[in-house]
Design a protein around this ligand. Sequence first.
Ligand SMILES: *Cc1c(COP(=O)(O)O)cnc(C)c1O
Length: 221
Amino acid sequence: MGSIRENLSSIQSTLPSEVCLVAVSKTKPISDLQEAYDAGQREFGENKIQEMTEKWEQLPKDIHWHMIGHVQTNKIKYMAPFVYLIHGCDREKVVKVVNKEAAKVNRVIDVLLQVHIAEEDSKFGFDEAELDELISSSRLCDYPNVRVRGLMGMATFTDNKDQIAREFKALKALFDKYAPDFGPEFNTLSMGMSGDYQLAVECGSTMVRVGSSIFGARNYQ
Ligand SMILES: *Cc1c(COP(=O)(O)O)cnc(C)c1O
């Protein structure tokens, strides 16, 4: 593995220019994020609101912070003042509370609706029937401080590339299906991680979330 700077530039060189690279820095120390920042990286992804807030306090304010993990609604207030994009809106309750907390700080917060595309039960998200119901209802209009920018999904954790490609293509099809229900701001399809981001881009991803290929393996204690 190279340095963080080398890893970032080699990944960037494989990505089409219109694909956004989110550097997933969860569990990593501030010094690693600073190194990525110094190399020009501005999009960072975290999966815990408290950890993201602590890092936001310590790092330059032009960073775009992406909340990519499962969202606990009682903690949304901590990130409402600064979060750039919430990928993990996996149930209507999250959208509702984001709307409430965004209004309190006079913001419109961008979100992605997380879709359950994997075979595993453990991955969070809406299924197609739930999305159909939510989007065809007028309820999203009740949340004027939330702007839906697109969809996010995670493929099954498997080595089977055909299965992963099938899941990514299914998510891209849903993205194309719902795009007409939103405006041109519905332009973000967040899919792909270290192991599968190239495949995700081939399947239509516009935003990849890459952690270990940039910062190295994570140590969970
Ligand atoms: C941790 C995480 C990633 C990054 O995973 P890597 O395999 O380290 O690239 C991407 N997306 C989500 C939702 C994550 O939690």
